[in-house]
Design a protein around this ligand. Structure first.
Ligand code: NAD
Ligand code: TYD
Length: 351
């Protein structure tokens, strides 16, 4: 059946990979990318698919319920993949309300519009909410987050995503909206805005700037290559069971400091710098408030039920990512000019 798929946040990091995958893989679907283009949204992320005949872009804020409804009607939207969000923990610590507006109220707007437009035959539709493992809070040295781990968010970002997940659940239980949710670990890859650890450090290594490691650097994250997340999203969208949650992860835990050292050595090689040069840029800085010690995902359900497993190793994915940044200097230059400089100054060199 031909679907008319609304992808929110499609101009962002993960969204652009999902849009690209869907536009190319499903030529019979109409793909509508809805994004208000915050600092994190960038149409340059989608230049290669912008001219495709099944691709449309709508510059709309998910806080604007009227405009959302118009898009639903204009395209006869049958399905939603909801990725639009404020996504950076450090920004959420500075401006929590921005996260409440977009992540909570924006999501409820979208749920309402879907519910109203689909009420005559809910069953033929699907509302897929893309979320994060950070809703589960933090782990000690042992254990993994499963789909039944109780929510225990610690940052304004994760609290807002947890809230949106709860609303999605409530719309399924109360109104029988056909929802599905996935909670993924930290992504990395091309088109990642250089405020998150990996792209920020790649940019700083290129420019021989200090690498600001928070606290003791012993915090642990599970890392997944973004194209493998997009593949998981494709599977959950088409084959995930309505009302279910799927955890997605890379089976790939790294302490920040070990990851940074690996990144430094890979980049020394690629930039023809003497071994050990970039590691000298490592600088321990003040810790992030409320910093979660460890995230680790049990992704066995999606593996068992949908046959998904990461397709690349961390070294392969990281190498492809570094190569992409080294060959896309113009993109990097564009996103790190202007407001980015103010952000960097305030975040890393406050007066
Ligand atoms: P991102 O910050 O790169 O992109 C977010 C996109 O949403 C941008 O294009 C932005 O313009 C758009 N947007 C923001 N507010 C909007 C609004 N009010 N109306 C319309 N568009 C708006 O984020 P990302 O890293 O690509 O994450 C996408 C989704 O995946 C988010 O929901 C995030 O919580 C989730 N997620 C991210 C990660 C990760 O590691 N990046 C991991 C797990 C889950
Ligand atoms: P980040 O990429 O912001 O993702 P998240 O906080 O959502 O996991 O950060 C990943 C880890 O890297 C986290 O433990 C915080 C740490 N970090 C630094 O040490 N320095 C930095 O400049 C940044 C952005 C993150």
């Amino acid at each position: 059946m031909s679907k008319h798929v609304l992808i929110t946040g499609g101009a962002g990091f993960i969204g652009s990979h999902v849009v690209r995958l869907f536009v190319n893989k499903y030529p019979r679907y109409t793909i509508v990318n809805l994004d208000c283009l915050t600092y994190a949204g960038n149409l340059a992320n989608l230049q290669d698919v912008a001219g495709a005949s099944n691709y449309y872009f709508e510059k709309v804020n998910i806080l604007d319920a009227v405009a959302l409804n118009e898009v639903f009607i204009r395209y006869g939207i049958t399905d939603v993949l909801h990725l639009a969000a404020e996504s950076h923990v450090d920004r959420s610590i500075v401006s929590p309300l921005d996260f409440v507006y977009t992540n909570v109220i924006g999501t409820v707007n979208l749920l309402n519009v879907a519910k109203e437009n689909w009420k005559s035959n809910m069953d033929t539709h699907r509302f897929y909410h893309i979320s994060t493992d950070e809703v589960y809070g933090t782990l000690g040295a042992e254990g993994l987050f499963t789909e039944t781990t109780p929510y225990s968010p610690n940052s304004p970002y994760s609290a807002s995503k947890a809230s949106s997940d709860h609303f999605v659940r409530a719309y399924h239980e109360t109104y029988h909206l056909p929802t599905v949710v996935s909670n993924c670990s930290n992504n990395y890859g091309p088109y990642h805005f250089p405020e998150k650890l990996i792209p920020l450090f790649i940019n700083n290594i290129i420019h021989k700037k200090p690498l600001p490691v928070y606290g003791d650097g012993l915090y642990t994250r599970d890392w997944l290559f973004v194209k493998d997340h997009a593949r998981a999203i494709d599977l959950v969208f088409h084959q995930g069971k309505i009302g279910e949650t799927y955890n997605v992860g890379g089976f790939n835990e790294w302490k920040n400091i070990d990851l940074v050292k690996l990144l430094c050595s890979l980049m020394d090689e690629k930039l023809n710098r003497p071994a050990g040069e970039s590691a000298q840029l490592i600088t321990y800085v003040k810790d992030r408030p409320g910093h979660d010690l460890r995230y680790a995902i049990d992704a066995n359900k999606i593996n068992r039920e949908l046959g998904w497993y990461p397709s690349v190793t961390f070294e392969e994915g990281l190498s492809e990512t570094i190569d992409w940044y080294l060959s896309n200097g113009e993109w990097l230059q564009q996103v790190t000019s202007g407001d980015y400089q103010n952000y960097y100054q305030k975040m890393y060199n406050p007066a």
